[in-house]
Structures are given as structure tokens and as C-alpha cells.
Design a protein. Structure first.
Length: 223
């Protein structure tokens, strides 16, 4: 399979209608990363758009990798987010958690852990719950798509990265307004103690303060 594509870092990829738009996207990505304090590894980056990119039979986990994992290894949202539980709660399911960092009694985990309600959140119907959702970065687009399929609702925590592949799913590119399914939001500017570091000491989520803004979105596909 061959598709028009531009690749950046290990963390994702972007496509566009033509080379000019694709190049502008790549430059925006590079600018956002540098402004956020990241050191770009040019050996792992393709900033010049290419017409054809062949699939190399690599595992998806290798292509779409990220510093964060389901629980513990990357980041955990701290307890100071009780505000959202008051505003939009009560929440009754934590979709990406483990026995150490769960926010409510019902939670799904990547692997078996004591008290888990199930392994792999995507194997379950989310529509019965008001969900607390802090996914790994590489799963954000999948989370939104699955919420649409399930007609689910909940609070979704994401970095405000305008160059990320999930951003067009959040904001209308013509009006720059949030999509209709986002009913409310809170934005935090370079928050401190918002994320609690997991086992990866070098994770960007372990740095204090966090080097970009964070969004907590009230997502509702029930109507």
C-alpha cells in the first residue's frame, strides 16, 4: 500500500491534499516542538513531504510509539483534577488505569491488575459510563472514534498540540472552534503537578511544569 504522507519523529504522521499544505504542516510541527522545548532528532524526522511512502511491514507499535503507556510507565493525572469530577461527574469508569492510579472503582487496564474490570478498554462498550479518559497520546484518535461508535461520553485529557494528528478531530479547521461533540472544556497553561511521573523518568510528562498547555474536554456523543 502506498499513500501520500509526511512522517515526523516516532510519534505519528500527517497527510494533506497536496505537497504545499503538507510542507506547511511539517513546518508547523517542527515549530511547535521547538517552542515547547523539545530537541528534535532530525535522523528520525522527515520534514520534506514525500509523494510515496511504502509500508515496510513494521509492527504498528513500532511506527506509532510514544513515551506514555496505559498506566504507570508514562504519566498519571494528579489528584488536583477533582475540579472536573465536581463539574462533570460523577465519573464511574476510568478507561486507562491500573490498581495504583485508578480514579474510580471501575477501571480498565492494559494488562491484568488487581481489581480491574477488564483488560483492553476497546473490548468493551463505553456507553453505559461517564468516563474518565487519560489515554496514551498515540491512542487519542482511536479513543475519539470509539466514543463516536459507542455513543459514549466523558472527560478527555490531552495536551494542546495543534500539530498532532488528533487536532483536526478536536477543532474545526475553518472556524477554529471546538467540534460540536465537545460540550465544555478547561485549559491549563503549562500546568505544574498536573501529571505525576510514572516509571519513565525521562518522559516529557515527568517534567515540571509541563511544557505545553493541557486541555480537559467534556466529550459527549450521546445526542
Amino acid at each position: 500500500m502506498s499513500i501520500p504522507i509526511v512522517v515526523y519523529l516516532d510519534d505519528g504522521w500527517g497527510t494533506a491534499e497536496n505537497s504545499e499544505i503538507c510542507e506547511n504542516m511539517a513546518l508547523q510541527v517542527k515549530s511547535d516542538l521547538e517552542k515547547s522545548g523539545f530537541v528534535v532528532n532530525n535522523k528520525k524526522s522527515v520534514w520534506t513531504p514525500v509523494q510515496i511512502m511504502e509500508w515496510l511491514e513494521c509492527p504498528r507499535e513500532f511506527v506509532f510509539s510514544d513515551a506514555s503507556e496505559y498506566a504507570g510507565a508514562g504519566y498519571i493525572v494528579g489528584s488536583n483534577n477533582v475540579t472536573h469530577f465536581i463539574l462533570w461527574g460523577p465519573f464511574n469508569c476510568d478507561l486507562f488505569a491500573d490498581s495504583r492510579n485508578k480514579k474510580v472503582s471501575r477501571f480498565f487496564s492494559k494488562f491484568f491488575t488487581p481489581g480491574t474490570s477488564g483488560v483492553d478498554a476497546f473490548a468493551y462498550d463505553w456507553s453505559a459510563f461517564n468516563n474518565w479518559i487519560v489515554p496514551p497520546i498515540y491512542l487519542i484518535t482511536r479513543v475519539i472514534n470509539y466514543m463516536l461508535i459507542c455513543k459514549a461520553k466523558g472527560a478527555l485529557v490531552i495536551p494542546k498540540w495543534k500539530s498532532a494528528v488528533y487536532w483536526p478531530m478536536i477543532v474545526n479547521r475553518l472556524t477554529y472552534e471546538y467540534k460540536d461533540y465537545i460540550k465544555d472544556f478547561r485549559e491549563y497553561r503549562n500546568p505544574k503537578s498536573f501529571f505525576i511521573k510514572g516509571s519513565d523518568e525521562n518522559s516529557i510528562f515527568a517534567k515540571q511544569p509541563f511544557n505545553s498547555n493541557v486541555l480537559v474536554l467534556l466529550v459527549d456523543f450521546t445526542t
